[in-house]
Design a protein around this ligand. Sequence first.
Ligand code: BTN
Length: 254
Amino acid sequence: MMHWPAEAIWEALYPQLPDFTVEVLPQLDSTNSELMRRIRAGRLEPTLLVAEQQTAGRGRLGRGWQSQAGDSLTFSLTLPLAPRDWSGLSLAVGLSVADSLHPALQLKWPNDLWLQGRKLAGILIETAGMGEQRHVVVGIGINLAARPADGLSTAPAWLQELLPEVDAGQALLRIAAPLVQTLRAFERSGFAPFHAGFAQRDALRDTAVTLSNGTVGMARGVDVQGGLQVQTPAGLQLVTSAEVSVRPLAPPAE
Ligand code: BTN
């Protein structure tokens, strides 16, 4: 197994979440799938679950997330969460991760981290449970080291381009405690406190985009609930559905 600063992470989280568990496993199908199974089985304790390797990592929109042990950080965090409005959560999470890692990172609506137009990390948020007792599972995959671009339409980016010394454990140590704070702040106040920070890192702002429903327009930032505003020939459209994917019309300039 690799070296993980599990105790340091736990100590950083303990003040916010005294009943918290940090768990690192050498292999899992998917950290999101495992936490969702546990929640459905009634195992509800707040958990940060790391897999050194995932055999069936999942992305948004039914896509996969491929990674090899050592070249990525793949983890999920679960805790009970009861915000009044869930919209914008993936943006707040992305902002938290970017702020923890590097000023050069940008956010691509609704939940990717980009470096110079290339994807560096992805976020998959799921929820389980009913009514007041909803549990969120926030899954994050971050490329750390270079890897083959096979199957991907554009070459990925990786964190060691920016931070050559940072391994998976150190990246997680930087991310974990601020992420829990972000989730708590989101629970209290929703997306509004994150709106300005997102705008600063918005990778799509004022670029031409194509939506998966065929609409073409100019991305004009997000509204206070995290919806993407797209200027189209038919007027300003607000894109809120997570089922809509957005891509730049032209490959971004380097
Ligand atoms: C995306 O890019 O569409 C989201 C990718 C999310 C990947 C992470 S890796 C840890 C967690 N477990 C999964 O199966 N997926 C998320």
